[in-house]
Design a protein around this ligand. Structure first.
Ligand code: BES
Ligand code: MN
Ligand code: MN
Length: 457
């Protein structure tokens, strides 16, 4: 790689177009982790990324097989007296469906109106790639002033099942002063943001069974239990009229929101009307006694994610279905425990189910909630880098989503995480027409180029 005299920011400016072309190559690989038919594409993506990390001049970049999708690990550690940052990201993406709602194909990235559109544009390929190009801008111009390790997994969107063991098995190799992640939104356009907490998750599936087979609803209806009617009624009993979750014990370990956080959230430039309009919902709703930001960041939730059963095709069919199912998930806050919450949910669901049906309860993946310290040297370096790139001081927020490995870094590696996201809340992550604003990509690269210098001691 040619060595230019220009500083990293200059290099990044000069190579803007190539950086975007390379990100488009990365985005065009359909690394959908949940779909086994795409396993070879997931693997291709891991290999593409490792090759790319080698090409930008990192000391080493490897693909590690797991019992699930591979893990990409890379490092560049040539400054023994300087801090080490472990950058975590995920190269897997959510499925793109419903496909017909995309204005351009999800794996054929396209720029419209100064935004790039593709599955993974913001979550998380584009945000992570900003660091890849920030690192390249140093490696190509001087040398990297600190040490970096990169851990990029292919199973984040399916619960990071195989990463926990891998992290525990590679404790020494992953040793670092801080974890850095860019996989969260900024609070508002142009407003740099550090996120210091994430909610945890408990996911489960409930099936209610009545008759052994579908029945004629005229011959049997009224006398035989209808699993859809019953499941719906049970779902209705999961919350009370105040929007609180009715599962006994659910709130036992919830840490109350502090006055300090309430005041800090209230000072953020939050426009509730704009937020509502962006969702398209006629009105907002939630747990009584809490603001919208509190409901989204520091209070737990229970949501049905999908519900099915009976006849859903064209026209009418008078059927009394034999079963009905729902997928449900709880977002958790400190100190709730995902396994305990799943157990409490199971007991309550069994208790409220009438004797006329049988209930199956299947727990799926989970993750712990986490809150990170705000007074570390890495947080302060991130604040300075963000101010330089965006011309404004960063705000601190918590996040409503989950990144299952963050609490693992805390518990297993004893390493705190800084979440410095470059995305926007309206980037439509997990939805059709996912996008990442070009400005956010380029400012993200600029932030990254500043960060490595700011971390130097
Ligand atoms: N990048 C998100 C997590 C996120 C979203 C953090 C919004 C902060 C704010 C991540 O890729 C994600 O979607 N996580 C899943 C985790 C789950 C599949 C285990 C989530 O939150 O649903
Ligand atoms: Mn993500
Ligand atoms: Mn995601």
């Amino acid at each position: 790689m040619s060595v230019s005299a220009a500083p990293p920011q200059q290099y990044a400016e000069t190579h803007r177009d190539r950086f975007l072309d390379e990100l488009f190559e990365y985005l065009s690989i359909p690394s959908i982790s949940t779909d086994s038919e795409h396993a070879h594409e997931v693997e291709r993506c891991a290999n593409w990324l490792a090759d790319h990390l080698r090409d930008i001049g990192l000391d080493r970049a490897e693909v590690h097989a797991t019992d699930g999708h591979p893990i990409v690990y890379a490092e560049h550690c040539q400054q023994p007296d300087q801090p080490t940052v472990l950058i975590y990201a995920h190269y897997d993406v959510q499925p793109p469906d419903p496909l017909d709602e995309w204005d351009s194909p999800p794996f054929e990235p396209e720029v419209r109106d100064d935004k790039m559109f593709a599955r993974g544009a913001t979550d998380d390929k584009g945000q992570f790639f900003a660091h890849v190009k920030g690192l390249e801008s140093h490696l190509a111009t001087d040398d990297l002033p600190v040490n970096v390790k990169l851990l990029v997994e292919g199973e984040e969107e399916v619960g990071s099942e195989h990463l926990e063991g891998w992290v525990a098995d590679h404790r020494e190799r992953l040793e670092a002063d801080s974890v850095l992640i860019s996989d969260s939104p900024m609070f508002a356009p142009g407003l740099p943001t550090i996120t210091y907490g994430l909610r945890g998750l408990a996911y489960f599936e409930v099936t209610v069974r009545g008759p052994s087979h579908d029945l004629h609803s005229g011959l049997y209806g009224g006398a035989v239990p209808n699993p859809i009617n019953i499941l719906s009624r049970m779902i209705g009993q999961l919350h009370d009229d105040e929007g609180r979750i009715a599962i006994p014990g659910f709130y036992d370990n919830v840490q109350p929101v502090t006055d300090e956080e309430r005041e800090a959230f209230a000072e953020l430039p939050f426009d509730e009307k704009e937020f509502r309009e962006e969702t398209g919902a006629p009105a907002l709703t939630g747990e009584a006694g809490y603001t919208t930001l509190e409901r989204r960041w520091v209070r737990p939730t229970l949501d049905c994610n999908g519900i099915w059963g009976g006849y859903t095709e064209e026209g009418a069919k008078t059927v009394l279905p034999s079963k009905a199912s729902a997928k449900m998930s709880c977002r958790l806050v400190p100190d709730q425990d995902p396994e305990r919450i799943a157990e409490l949910a199971e007991s309550y669901i069994e208790e409220i189910a009438p004797e006329s049906v049988e209930v199956d309860f299947e727990p799926a993946h989970g993750g712990d909630p986490v809150v990170s310290p705000r007074d570390t040297a890495t947080v302060e370096a991130a604040q300075r880098a963000l101010s330089e790139a965006w011309g404004r001081d960063a705000v601190f927020t918590r996040g409503g989503g989950s990144i299952p490995v963050v609490p693992i870094f805390d518990q297993v590696l004893d390493t705190p995480t800084v979440l410095m996201g470059f995305g926007l809340e309206n980037d439509r992550l997990h939805s059709p027409n996912e996008k990442f604003n070009l400005e956010n990509f380029y400012k993200g690269i600029e932030t990254s180029t500043h960060l490595w210098g700011e971390l130097h001691q």
